[in-house]
Design a protein around this ligand. Sequence first.
Ligand SMILES: [Zn+2]
Length: 127
Amino acid sequence: MQTTFIQSKNCLSCTKQLRGRTDKKFCNDYCRNSYNNQLKAPVNNLIRNINHVLAKNRRILESFLAEDEEMIKVKKEKLMERGYLSKYATHIYINKKGSIYYYCYDYGVLSLDESSCVIVKSKEEWS
Ligand SMILES: [Zn+2]
């Protein structure tokens, strides 16, 4: 004689009791999606926050350069005053002399000394 265990399991998302296959974890796709979205929420928040910082950094760099200018020397404190966060950059560029440009999309920042830096606008075409 065989004994069949009927295991009562609950949806991982809404905690309602599940019916049907014993390997089911969710009532339906809606519950599966909302559970998975909840799991991803912290990393999605992290990405959103950093994207926000990068967009703000770019706006700040852009505001220092007039439309026809390709570079400008500025005091680092002026950047900081506007809320520029130097630890966030999209990529770096190292020239032949070994100078490191910290880019935020199409704008780069090169530190000259403790108090000043140069902002450059990239002429590269991005596709
Ligand atoms: Zn459910």
